[in-house]
Design a protein around this ligand. Sequence first.
Ligand SMILES: *Cc1c(COP(=O)(O)O)cnc(C)c1O
Length: 396
Amino acid sequence: MISALMPTYARADIAFDHGEGAWLWSTDGRRFLDFGAGIATSSLGHAHPGLVGAIAAQAGRVIHVSNLYRVPQAERLAARLVENSFADSVFFCNSGAEANEGLVKLMRRAMARTGHPERTRVICFEGAFHGRTLAMLSATGNEKYLDGFGPPVDGFDHVPLNNLNAVRDAIGPLTAGILVEPVQGEGGIRRAEPDFLRGLRAACDEFGLLLGMDEVQTGIGRCGALFAHELCGVTPDVMSAAKGIAGGFPMGAILATEAVAKHLTAGSHGTTFGGSPLAAAAANAVLDVVLADGFIAEITATAAFLRAGLERLVTEYLDIFNDARGLGLLVGLKCLVPNSEMQAAAMAEGLLTVAAGDNVLRLAPPLIVRQAECAVAIEMLAHAAARCRARLAAVA
Ligand SMILES: *Cc1c(COP(=O)(O)O)cnc(C)c1O
């Protein structure tokens, strides 16, 4: 018989009772170091007093009013994002997929309202992940996710990542823009090279296209800058954010320059829940931490420490791992054993991780993680790798 909860996930047989910082306690009393952070989302870890306090205080006043009225918490959040990014204006929604849908709508609308209604196509990349709505399945382009869901939504062209010639060849009279993740998260922690991103910017400028960045996973401090694109000096025209933006409370956002954002006029796009007082209060509490003096520099230092440990693991367990990759606190170990096996072995050691494409084991700890906790995680990974090595030896 089918489970009451629709069986869309192959869940690990474990549930969590509570957490604190980078740690989680399961309902059966075990303690885990959370280097998955709910898929790069619990940015302040668990039970962060600032976030908990902000949510509790706002919930006790008003949770939701709709966008028929002014929402001061959302106005403040938007102003802070504008002040700290390339963007001039922000639209709030509820998830990464919804943010990307809006981003593509915005690209099309901006083209239509500047004399190019025929420009509706978006160039995307092999290995991308943009979400699970019908259109974002097409933007993602992964056959496995599209299977059984009927004709893919038209309007997305896929080319290999980091191949500028392929991008330039794919640009045609119907192209509206390009959508790229600075680091492909689900796709296996694959970085878009800085030179490649600069080349995309140049191509967009040359052909009058819009550059869209999907920073749903890379944004809000994760990679060692508020947004990862800042690290290579490339500015998009429009960007999506979500995952870590409200520390685990559901929220997405579209950030855009005025030249683009002005085309989403009143009535052209909307959301019932997006940018509620509660969601905005949570996101403001996250920004209180992430924008505090020195916090992002601390992420960079912690990330360097973690990365060095991962590089050591690769050299010590060449039969288990063959690459450490990523940016900031979004990192991965390319595995030579199935990544699901490594993930299970890490969990047996008390470390939560997330599998990613390309047989990569993904580590995305909360941004508040300490170096000492990274040292513990590396130790646990070493034990997990030794466990996998012993199994390989037993099989041979
Ligand atoms: C997770 C993710 C999405 C989808 O976000 P949802 O909130 O699950 O809809 C889109 N793009 C990227 C890069 C992501 O990592």
